[in-house]
Design a protein around this ligand. Structure first.
Ligand code: HEC
Length: 121
Protein backbone atom coordinates (compact mmCIF):
# COMPACT_ATOMS: atom_id res chain seq x y z
CA UNK A 1 0.00 0.00 0.00
CA UNK A 2 2.72 2.49 0.90
CA UNK A 3 4.83 1.27 -2.02
CA UNK A 4 1.91 1.79 -4.39
CA UNK A 5 1.38 5.26 -2.99
CA UNK A 6 5.04 6.09 -3.51
CA UNK A 7 4.76 5.06 -7.16
CA UNK A 8 1.53 6.94 -7.72
CA UNK A 9 2.73 10.03 -5.92
CA UNK A 10 6.51 10.36 -5.93
CA UNK A 11 6.41 13.69 -4.11
CA UNK A 12 4.54 12.08 -1.28
CA UNK A 13 6.94 9.20 -0.74
CA UNK A 14 6.21 6.74 2.00
CA UNK A 15 5.63 9.46 4.52
CA UNK A 16 2.12 10.86 4.49
CA UNK A 17 2.64 13.28 7.28
CA UNK A 18 0.42 16.37 6.97
CA UNK A 19 3.41 18.61 6.49
CA UNK A 20 4.37 16.76 3.31
CA UNK A 21 1.11 17.35 1.50
CA UNK A 22 1.71 19.77 -1.38
CA UNK A 23 -1.13 22.13 -0.58
CA UNK A 24 0.67 25.40 -1.40
CA UNK A 25 0.90 24.28 -5.04
CA UNK A 26 -2.80 24.94 -5.51
CA UNK A 27 -3.28 28.12 -7.51
CA UNK A 28 -6.70 28.90 -6.24
CA UNK A 29 -8.66 31.26 -4.06
CA UNK A 30 -10.32 29.52 -1.10
CA UNK A 31 -12.99 32.23 -0.67
CA UNK A 32 -14.06 31.91 -4.30
CA UNK A 33 -13.95 28.14 -3.85
CA UNK A 34 -16.48 28.29 -1.04
CA UNK A 35 -18.78 30.42 -3.20
CA UNK A 36 -18.51 27.84 -6.01
CA UNK A 37 -19.24 25.01 -3.55
CA UNK A 38 -22.39 26.83 -2.50
CA UNK A 39 -23.52 27.55 -6.04
CA UNK A 40 -23.07 24.03 -7.44
CA UNK A 41 -24.53 22.27 -4.40
CA UNK A 42 -21.74 20.02 -3.10
CA UNK A 43 -23.43 20.16 0.31
CA UNK A 44 -26.44 18.29 -1.05
CA UNK A 45 -24.21 15.23 -0.72
CA UNK A 46 -21.39 16.35 1.58
CA UNK A 47 -21.65 18.03 4.93
CA UNK A 48 -19.27 20.94 4.26
CA UNK A 49 -17.66 23.37 6.73
CA UNK A 50 -18.77 26.89 5.88
CA UNK A 51 -22.08 25.73 4.43
CA UNK A 52 -24.90 25.82 6.98
CA UNK A 53 -27.44 24.01 4.81
CA UNK A 54 -27.97 21.44 3.45
CA UNK A 55 -25.92 18.86 5.31
CA UNK A 56 -25.98 16.00 2.83
CA UNK A 57 -25.34 12.50 4.09
CA UNK A 58 -24.92 10.67 0.77
CA UNK A 59 -21.17 11.21 0.89
CA UNK A 60 -18.53 11.97 3.48
CA UNK A 61 -18.11 15.09 5.60
CA UNK A 62 -15.49 17.31 3.96
CA UNK A 63 -14.22 18.57 7.33
CA UNK A 64 -10.59 17.58 7.67
CA UNK A 65 -10.23 16.71 3.98
CA UNK A 66 -7.09 18.85 3.66
CA UNK A 67 -5.27 16.60 6.10
CA UNK A 68 -6.22 13.33 4.37
CA UNK A 69 -3.49 11.66 2.34
CA UNK A 70 -5.93 10.07 -0.10
CA UNK A 71 -8.96 11.11 -2.14
CA UNK A 72 -11.80 8.65 -1.58
CA UNK A 73 -9.26 6.39 0.12
CA UNK A 74 -7.57 5.41 -3.14
CA UNK A 75 -6.12 8.33 -5.10
CA UNK A 76 -3.21 10.49 -3.95
CA UNK A 77 -4.51 13.74 -2.51
CA UNK A 78 -2.56 16.07 -4.76
CA UNK A 79 -3.81 19.30 -6.35
CA UNK A 80 -3.89 18.07 -9.97
CA UNK A 81 -5.62 14.84 -9.04
CA UNK A 82 -8.11 16.64 -6.82
CA UNK A 83 -8.91 19.23 -9.51
CA UNK A 84 -9.62 16.46 -12.00
CA UNK A 85 -11.62 14.54 -9.39
CA UNK A 86 -13.83 17.58 -8.78
CA UNK A 87 -14.56 18.07 -12.49
CA UNK A 88 -14.88 14.44 -13.51
CA UNK A 89 -14.42 11.87 -10.74
CA UNK A 90 -15.64 8.96 -12.92
CA UNK A 91 -12.72 9.56 -15.31
CA UNK A 92 -10.42 8.59 -12.42
CA UNK A 93 -12.64 5.83 -11.08
CA UNK A 94 -15.53 4.65 -13.25
CA UNK A 95 -17.16 3.00 -10.24
CA UNK A 96 -17.42 6.09 -8.09
CA UNK A 97 -20.73 7.60 -7.01
CA UNK A 98 -19.24 11.11 -7.07
CA UNK A 99 -20.73 12.66 -10.23
CA UNK A 100 -18.95 14.91 -12.71
CA UNK A 101 -19.47 18.50 -11.57
CA UNK A 102 -20.00 21.52 -13.84
CA UNK A 103 -16.79 23.34 -12.92
CA UNK A 104 -14.18 25.10 -15.03
CA UNK A 105 -10.52 24.36 -14.30
CA UNK A 106 -10.22 27.70 -12.50
CA UNK A 107 -13.31 27.00 -10.39
CA UNK A 108 -12.04 23.52 -9.54
CA UNK A 109 -8.71 25.01 -8.43
CA UNK A 110 -10.55 27.46 -6.20
CA UNK A 111 -12.62 24.64 -4.72
CA UNK A 112 -9.44 22.60 -4.19
CA UNK A 113 -7.83 25.56 -2.41
CA UNK A 114 -10.84 25.74 -0.10
CA UNK A 115 -10.80 21.99 0.55
CA UNK A 116 -7.09 22.13 1.40
CA UNK A 117 -7.86 24.79 3.99
CA UNK A 118 -10.04 22.23 5.81
CA UNK A 119 -7.34 20.53 7.82
CA UNK A 120 -9.21 20.18 11.10
CA UNK A 121 -11.80 17.47 11.70
C1 HEC B 1 -24.51 13.51 -5.94
C2 HEC B 1 -23.72 13.55 -4.71
C3 HEC B 1 -22.41 14.31 -4.76
C4 HEC B 1 -22.19 15.62 -5.11
C5 HEC B 1 -23.19 16.65 -5.62
C6 HEC B 1 -20.79 15.88 -4.86
N1 HEC B 1 -20.17 14.75 -4.39
FE1 HEC B 1 -18.26 14.60 -3.77
N2 HEC B 1 -18.51 12.62 -3.43
C7 HEC B 1 -19.70 11.95 -3.55
C8 HEC B 1 -19.50 10.56 -3.21
C9 HEC B 1 -20.57 9.48 -3.21
C10 HEC B 1 -18.13 10.43 -2.87
C11 HEC B 1 -17.39 9.16 -2.45
C12 HEC B 1 -16.76 8.65 -3.71
C13 HEC B 1 -16.06 7.35 -3.62
O1 HEC B 1 -15.67 6.93 -2.52
O2 HEC B 1 -15.87 6.76 -4.70
C14 HEC B 1 -17.55 11.75 -3.02
C15 HEC B 1 -16.22 12.04 -2.76
C16 HEC B 1 -15.70 13.32 -2.70
C17 HEC B 1 -14.40 13.67 -2.23
C18 HEC B 1 -13.37 12.72 -1.64
C19 HEC B 1 -13.66 12.73 -0.15
C20 HEC B 1 -12.68 12.01 0.71
O3 HEC B 1 -12.89 12.01 1.94
O4 HEC B 1 -11.69 11.45 0.24
C21 HEC B 1 -14.28 15.02 -2.31
C22 HEC B 1 -13.11 15.87 -1.88
C23 HEC B 1 -15.52 15.51 -2.85
N3 HEC B 1 -16.35 14.45 -3.08
C24 HEC B 1 -15.78 16.84 -3.04
C25 HEC B 1 -16.94 17.31 -3.65
C26 HEC B 1 -17.15 18.70 -4.00
C27 HEC B 1 -16.19 19.82 -3.67
C28 HEC B 1 -18.35 18.75 -4.62
C29 HEC B 1 -18.97 19.96 -5.29
C30 HEC B 1 -18.13 20.59 -6.33
C31 HEC B 1 -18.93 17.43 -4.60
N4 HEC B 1 -18.02 16.58 -4.02
C32 HEC B 1 -20.17 17.08 -5.07
C33 HEC B 1 -20.92 12.49 -3.91
C34 HEC B 1 -21.13 13.78 -4.33
Amino acid sequence: MLAALAVAAPGLGACVDKADLPRPVVQGDPARGLAVIQSVGCAACHKTPGVAWPEGRTAGDLAGFGARPMIAGRLPNQPDVLTRWLIDAPSLDPGTAMPPMPLTQAQARDVAAYLYSLDED
